[in-house]
Design a protein around this ligand. Structure first.
Ligand code: G3H
Ligand code: 13P
Ligand code: ZN
Length: 323
């Protein structure tokens, strides 16, 4: 057992309490490799923001779970080296089963998500409670989910979303003992969220559901998945340099800003980072076809990712200067 405290990490409990009271959200950025991790840490140190480093089951498979664990340890030291120590949570994103969560808990994660949203209500409660009981023995925080988001989450893919039913949240939270709850209010995973006609805006989030949830579990930490905004300029840049992404829209940053001032205290962003990196790599390779040193295209990708994250922290989540 490698406990997260040995790696210098923290769980999410205190961060969430402060975020709910302070009307901001903690960034939860996914990483799979060194450059993404460097960009996240540099952006959070420069803006003095706490951060949740998210690792999906796919990321563990891609990067190797042992390497990821030591990258997270390195992240704590790297932040100090950059001049400011920030609270860092290492979180399993979309844990699919008790065994996956247990394995993360035993290898240095400080927080896990058990995503039982695709199960029946009773099975969701059963598996979530099982993870909570195990995780809490080690002071590890647990995120559960009620309601289904459309899109791909690791090996689980849902074509249609179903909104969270506010009448279930109180019972779910009480019976499972979860520390935070992901809800479905109109966001979806991936870069292809909404098709909108020129001049139109994507459909608004269901703030009525969020408000109803808040009424039933006041002050309880709420999580928003699928919160990429799919910036138009980045999609255009990708297509300008040889990409072929269809026209699409994400969740508007205004809507996210509004959500962040509520009990939503964790906002998950992955796809926007993927788009930013892709645009930067394509630009370098298109402008310099003779380039073959990975540092010369992954370096600019890292820079552009860092800028994107700083923008999210300062202008969307409001978590700057909260570390
Ligand atoms: O919600 C899913 C995250 O964006 C992680 O994606 O499973 O492809 O690593 P992934
Ligand atoms: P996006 O695909 O909108 O970035 O959502 C990421 C996410 O929810 C990770 O869990
Ligand atoms: Zn998600």
């Amino acid at each position: 057992m490698l406990h997260y405290k040995e790696l210098g990490l923290v769980n999410s409990r205190e961060l969430f309490q402060k975020a709910v009271k302070g009307g901001y959200a903690i960034p939860a950025f996914n990483f799979n490799n060194l450059e993404q991790l460097q960009a996240i840490i540099a952006a959070c140190v420069e803006t003095k923001s706490p951060v949740i480093l998210q690792v999906s089951k796919g990321a563990r498979k891609y990067a190797n779970q042992t390497l990821l664990q030591y990258l997270a340890k390195g992240a704590v030291e790297y932040a100090k080296e950059l001049g400011y120590s920030i609270p860092i949570v290492l979180h399993l994103d979309h844990g699919d089963a008790f065994e996956t969560c247990k394995s993360c808990i035993e290898t240095g994660f400080s927080s896990v998500m058990i995503d039982g949203s695709h199960h029946s209500y009773d099975e969701n409660i059963r598996v979530t409670k099982e993870v909570v009981e195990y995780a809490h023995q080690y002071d590890i925080t647990v995120e559960g989910e009620l309601g289904v988001l459309a899109g791909i989450e690791d090996e689980v893919s849902a074509e249609h979303s179903s909104y969270t039913r506010p009448e279930e949240v109180e019972d779910f939270v009480k019976r499972t003992g979860v520390d935070s709850l992901a809800i479905s209010i109109g966001t979806s995973h991936g870069a292809f969220k909404f098709k909108v006609k020129p001049g139109e805006l994507p459909p608004p989030l269901r703030f009525d559901i969020l408000e109803e949830v808040e009424k039933r579990i006041p002050g309880f930490p709420i999580v928003l998945h699928g919160a990429s905004s799919v910036p138009k300029n980045i999609v255009e840049e990708i297509n300008k340099y040889g990409g072929k992404l269809e026209d699409t829209a994400g969740v508007s940053e205004d809507q996210l800003r509004r959500a962040a001032t509520s009990a939503v205290c964790k906002i998950n962003i992955d796809s926007d980072g993927r788009l930013a990196m892709t645009a930067a790599v394509r630009k370098v390779l298109a402008e310099k076809p003779g380039e073959f040193d990975p540092r010369n295209y992954l370096g600019p990708a890292r820079d552009s990712l860092k800028e994107l994250y700083k923008h999210k922290i300062i202008n969307v989540l409001g978590s700057a200067d909260k570390a």
